[in-house]
Design a binder for this molecule. Structure first.
Ligand code: GLN
Length: 265
């Protein structure tokens, strides 16, 4: 195998909701189908990790108590994670994981769970949960990476994300962090239908479960390209795949989102 990437899955035992693990499978398969080697390592609280040799980290969503359980272990690793993100390490963080990559999450019971501040963002629980199917347009908010040379595309399939949100937290973004996209359908970071997620360098935060990557293959490929760039310090073009099923899933999720109502419960 000419190329390989190394993925580190953080706390899969405590942080894995609504099929988040499917993101790892998607990255793995999309690499394997192209002859790119993949090593996936998992760590739990207390395990050793060598972030300097990792190309992509993934942290899924979790209930408040799962977040609380991992918070101090994650704090210990914060300097190393932040150093490697500055050097191009890729990160995908979903919902509860996204919240902990911000500065803090204040839960509905008043607990203040510290985050590691990769994103200039903070989260406070609202009185109602924000639940529903979501469509996000990434073109305007994150144009520097979405419309990069990798995609060369105004095609919405390469700039739209679909997924499912279910969170109590409202995530506010500060000056130094851009949103991942603009909400077309759904409630988003603060529940007002404006913005979704966050981007800082190659670190992405999103509220989208479902899992997000299988039905947004362009985003999965963006992460793979960025992980390869981290390892080999050059842009490696990915062989196109037959994404017929993925595209159908993407379109179906869009229709479902358009036909359904989001709820604050
Ligand atoms: N516990 C967090 C919240 O309710 C995250 C939920 C999630 O990861 N789906 O906001």
């Amino acid at each position: 195998m000419k190329y390989k990437i190394k993925i580190l899955h953080l706390y899969p035992d405590a942080m894995n909701l609504y099929g988040d693990y499917g993101n790892i499978l998607t990255l793995k398969k999309r690499c394997e189908w192209r002859g790119i080697g993949v090593e996936v390592e998992e760590i739990s609280v207390g395990d050793k990790a060598h972030f300097e040799d990792i190309d992509l980290i993934f942290l899924g969503g979790g209930q408040d108590r799962g977040q609380s359980h991992i918070a101090s272990d994650l704090q210990m690793r914060a300097p190393k994670i932040k150093e490697e993100i500055e050097k191009g390490m890729v990160a995908l963080t979903v919902c509860g994981g996204f919240q902990l990559f911000g500065k803090y999450f204040k839960t509905a019971t008043g607990e203040n769970i510290p985050g590691i501040g990769v994103f200039d963002a903070w989260t406070e629980a609202g009185s109602k949960r924000l639940i529903g199917n979501v469509i996000v347009d990434c073109r305007k908010t994150s144009s520097d990476w979405v419309l990069s040379e990798h995609f060369n595309s105004q095609e919405t399939l390469h700039t739209t994300l679909v997924g499912f949100e279910n969170h109590s937290g409202r995530t506010f973004l500060g000056q130094n962090t851009k949103p991942l996209g603009q909400i077309i359908k759904g409630l988003g970071n603060i529940g007002d239908g404006s913005f979704e997620g966050a981007v800082y360098k190659n670190a992405f935060g999103t509220y989208l479960h479902g899992p997000i990557l299988p039905k947004n293959p362009w985003f999965a490929d963006h992460l793979i390209i960025s992980a390869l760039k981290r390892r080999y310090d050059t842009y490696i073009e990915l062989k196109p795949l037959d994404d017929g099923l993925e595209k159908m899933a993407h379109e179906f999720a869009k229709i479902r989102a358009h036909n359904s109502k989001s709820a604050s419960i």
